[in-house]
Ligand binder design. Structure first.
Ligand code: DC
Length: 208
C-alpha cells in the first residue's frame, strides 16, 4: 500500500506521515531529507553522479555511507535544499531512489511531488494546506531558536520556489484529498487523515 502526503513546508506532513505509518504499518519516508542531503553533498564538493544516498528503515539518512541525519534540518539547509530541488537532474535521481524504496513494500511517503510524480498510483493521496502565518508559528514552536518574522520570510521564499519551478511544481494531484489544517490541532489532522485512509483502503490494509 502506498500513501502519498504532499504540501508546503512546515504544514505538518512529517508528524501526520509518521502517525499513519505507525497506525497502518508502512515504512515512513521523508523525501525532503534527500534534497537536504544532496545540498550537503554539494557543499562538500561531491558531484551529483558520485552522491549515494541511503535511507534506513530507522529513518537514518546516509550520504556516501556517513549518517548525516542530524545535520539536515537547519535553516541553512531549508534554503539550500529548496534551491537544489529546482534542478531537474537532481529530481530525476531522487525520484528514482524514492520509487525503488516504494517498490520494496508498504510506504507512507511525504514531500512535494509524491502524489503527482513519484507515486501517481498511490492508494491514498493527501495534500495538507495551511497559511504561511500558521506554518511559521508551528515552525517556531518546533525549532525554539527561530524568530517568527524570519521564519515567515524563509517559508515565503521556499513556497515561491516550490510553486514556480519548471519540474514538479508543488500542487495537489487531481485525485488528492485536501486537508485544510489552519483551524485544526495536530491530533485532529491525524485523525482526519487516518479516517480517510481507513475509508479508502477498507479491508485491504493488513489488520484493517
Ligand atoms: O520537506 P522539507 O522541508 O524537508 O524539504 C526540503 C526542500 O526540498 C523543500 O524546500 C522542497 C524540496 N522538496 C522537493 O522539491 N520535493 C520533495 N518531494 C521533497 C522536498
Amino acid at each position: 500500500m502506498k500513501i502519498a502526503i504532499d504540501g508546503p513546508a512546515a504544514v505538518g506532513k512529517t508528524s501526520v506521515g509518521r502517525a499513519l505509518a505507525e497506525e497502518f504499518g508502512g515504512r515512513f519516508v521523508e523525501t525532503g531529507k534527500m534534497y537536504r542531503a544532496v545540498a550537503l553533498a554539494f557543499d562538500r564538493g561531491i558531484p551529483l553522479d558520485e552522491i549515494r544516498i541511503e535511507v534506513t528503515t530507522a529513518e537514518r539518512f546516509l550520504l556516501n555511507g556517513e549518517d548525516v541525519t542530524d545535520r539536515l534540518h537547519t535553516p541553512e539547509y531549508d534554503q539550500k535544499s529548496s534551491q537544489v530541488a529546482t534542478l531537474p537532474e537532481v529530481r530525476v535521481r531522487l525520484v528514482e531512489l524514492q520509487r525503488e524504496i516504494a517498490e520494496q513494500g508498504d510506504v507512507v511517503m511525504e514531500g512535494r511531488d509524491i502524489g503527482t510524480v513519484v507515486l501517481p498510483d498511490a492508494d491514498v493521496k493527501l495534500f495538507l494546506r495551511a497559511t504561511p502565518e500558521v506554518r511559521a508559528r508551528r515552525r517556531v514552536a518546533q525549532r525554539e531558536e527561530d524568530d517568527y518574522e524570519a521564519t515567515l520570510a524563509e517559508l515565503g521564499r521556499r513556497d515561491e520556489r516550490d510553486a514556480s519551478r519548471a519540474v514538479a511544481p508543488l500542487k495537489p494531484a487531481r485525485d488528492a484529498t485536501i486537508i485544510d489544517t489552519d483551524r485544526k490541532t495536530l491530533a485532529e489532522v491525524i485523525s482526519a487523515a487516518s479516517n480517510l485512509v481507513r475509508e479508502r483502503l477498507g479491508k485491504r490494509w493488513r489488520g484493517g
